[in-house]
Design a protein around this ligand. Structure first.
Ligand code: M6R
Length: 613
């Protein structure tokens, strides 16, 4: 999983490449490199670590030249070292490649090339691409790429540059994202539009099997048989400033505070109070199709999976449909029982998560109607699903997902109301109540965010804890799971989450005075049960209970009798409570990680978009 940028124009290529790579660092950040054509020859710079190391090196010894390709890497084959960093060269040293994805048959290709005398410098699968294209090169770079790719199995987005072809950068896409940017006398390639926004808003989304050439003629797209394809240039409205931190110390904090706006966008145009209807925003998922559905299967990973678990409660409650939620990486290797009456919903912020994409493709193969609940709608998933429920929450840069999560839950609520109405399992009066509640949701989130100073104080008290236990029930059991994931992924504190009723079946043995327990005990149908679970744990003879912190509803004066600390959140309908309750948990994870001095936006071993298995 990596980020790619290519530039052909009149500016200093290394500046454009590093600027673009900065926007793509979320895709991976263990090493970075650029290759620039300088005085008719290729010059390569590669550094291990964050992009800044490369930028510093280029600052000390600039590379002059206006054509180049660049890469930020997240290791899949070969450790993060300088020799494994991209760009990689072919045997002649005259051709370079940057690659994102996995070449599955790279070992077989490498052995063949080695037998023909090729010597490899790295452990990567990507270097094989350079040697293979180099071995096919006879003076025509696009032809060499086309020819070489016939032998390649796997997924890739790649950009190639040959020093004998200063007028052409060749890009290819097969199973990994790549876009082209169209500027005035300049053109670009990138893994993602965010890398282009400082230079152009005119973007060409490439499809699998596309080969793109950028150069003095602008952008040319063809298939692998060299048939020219029509150029569809899209205008992107994102503001580049939207991808900056806007004064916050970290993107994560900015994104937490953006939630009133991101939820407004998710709900925008979908809640028709006058007609008491929901407009999903994609006509392709017709009411007839929805009426014919007998079952729903949700596939997703990580935080998106937890949003799917909330979605199960929502859809079962409102639409009375059986819902299964699957971790996408498990789903794809089972033999799932699916049929055309099963709606398969893929939830994903990036729309590029390899496991979710594979699960989606399996569902399509089995004839299921598919719906993507997706933030990056220009993504691969966004273009492969039958219909999209776009999150519209804007770019999410921090690896820890926050605003995309609450938008995913909001989207599932919107879908639940719509399905309930279409299937007549939800009365008009109840639908009207929910639409009204959803309209009010962004304001409620604004109010919830006012608790930030109280969460900060709590974080000061618990930042040195080695372990954390999160408990929830019902629709807030997934909230507990999400709270534990947020804490562990950015603070590296061991955190587990359980459905509170499960405690007595084993996990209660873990509890001691060093284990803070965070219990989500807001107003709900299972509130009394939750309080009993807390009491059960506290009354164990001979075992001292760690501090119990409750997330409770404002005005609940009873809760203080049962726990040590309380974080009060505004009262809200139970179905909306996973969104409200997620906020103190996001803030707590953020504050603890900040106190511990962790790398919040780019936690170790993680990347924003997991485009490999
Ligand atoms: O882009 P996706 O929503 O498909 O990503 C899925 C997970 O990789 C993602 O939610 C991950 O768990 C986050 N780092 C959690 O904060």
């Amino acid at each position: 999983m990596c980020g790619i940028v290519g530039y052909w124009g009149a500016k200093q290529a290394s500046d454009v490449l590093v600027g673009g790579l900065r926007r793509l660092e979320y895709r991976g950040y263990d090493s970075a490199g650029v290759a620039v054509l300088t005085g008719g020859a290729l010059h390569i710079r590669r550094e291990v670590g964050k992009l800044q190391a490369l930028a510093d090196g280029l600052g000390r010894a600039p590379l002059e030249g206006s054509v180049g390709i660049g890469h930020t890497r997240w290791a899949t084959h070969g450790r993060p070292t300088t020799y494994n960093a991209h760009p990689h060269t072919d045997a002649s040293g005259r051709l370079v490649v940057v690659h994102n994805g996995i070449i599955e048959n790279y070992m077989a290709l490498k052995e063949k090339l080695q037998a023909a005398g090729h010597v490899f410098q790295s452990d990567t699968d990507s270097e094989v691409l350079a040697h293979l294209v180099g071995s096919c090169y006879g003076g025509d770079l696009p032809a060499a790429v086309r020819h070489a790719l016939q032998q390649v199995e796997g997924t890739y987005a790649a950009a190639f540059l040959h020093q004998d072809h200063p007028d052409t950068i060749v890009g290819v896409r097969h199973g990994a994202p790549l876009v082209a940017g169209v500027g005035e006398q300049e053109s670009f390639l990138a893994s993602d539009v965010s890398a282009l926004l400082d230079h152009t808003r005119s973007v060409v989304y490439l499809d699998d099997g596309n080969l793109v050439q950028i150069g003095p003629e602008g952008v040319r797209v063809s298939d692998l048989a060299d048939n020219a394809l029509p150029l569809e240039v899209h205008r992107v409205d994102w503001n580049p400033a939207a991808a900056e931190k806007a004064g916050f110390e970290h993107f994560m904090l900015k994104e937490i505070h953006e939630q009133p706006a991101s939820l407004t966008n998710t709900l925008g145009g979908r809640l028709d109070q006058a007609a008491n209807r929901i407009h999903l925003g994609d006509q392709r998922l017709t009411e007839d199709t929805l009426r014919g559905i007998r079952r729903v299967v949700v596939v997703a990973c990580g935080t998106a999976y937890y949003a799917g678990l909330v979605g199960k409660y929502v859809l079962e409650e409102l639409a009375r449909l059986p819902v299964e939620v699957d971790v996408a990486s498990e789903f794809r290797y089972r033999r799932p029982v699916l049929d055309p009456e099963t709606l398969v919903i893929a939830i994903s912020q990036s729309g590029e998560t390899a496991d979710t994409l594979a699960a989606l493709r399996e569902a399509k193969r089995l004839g299921c109607p598919t719906l993507g609940v997706i933030n990056a709608i220009g993504s691969t998933m966004g273009r492969e699903v039958d219909a999209v429920l776009a999150l519209q929450s804007g770019p999410e840069i921090s690896v820890a997902s926050t605003k995309a999560y609450t938008s995913m839950v909001a989207a599932m609520l919107v879908l639940g109301v719509h399905l309930g109405q279409v299937r007549t399992t939800l009365s008009d009066a109840d639908a009207a109540g929910l639409i009204r509640d959803l309209k009010h949701l962004p304001a409620l989130v604004t109010k919830t965010l006012e608790m930030a100073p109280k969460v900060r104080a709590l974080a000061e008290a618990f930042a040195l804890s080695q372990n954390f236990l999160f408990l929830g029930r019902g629709i807030n059991y997934p909230t507990a799971l999400e709270g534990a994931l947020k804490l562990k992924e950015i603070s590296y504190i061991h955190a587990e989450a359980y459905a509170a009723g499960e405690m007595k079946h084993g996990p209660i043995a873990l509890i001691n005075e060093a284990m803070p327990v965070l219990a989500i005990a807001t107003r709900s149908a299972t509130y009394d049960k939750m309080v009993s679970n807390i009491q059960e744990a506290r009354s164990r003879k001979g075992s001292a209970m760690g501090t119990v912190i409750a997330v409770a509803t404002e005005g609940d004066i009873q809760i203080a009798h049962h726990v040590d600390r309380v974080l009060f959140v505004p009262d809200c309908p139970e179905l909306l409570s996973p969104i409200i309750n997620a906020i103190p948990l996001q803030l707590l994870a953020y504050d603890i990680a900040r106190i511990l001095g962790k790398d919040i936006d780019q936690p170790r071993n993680l990347a924003k978009s997991v485009t490999v298995e």
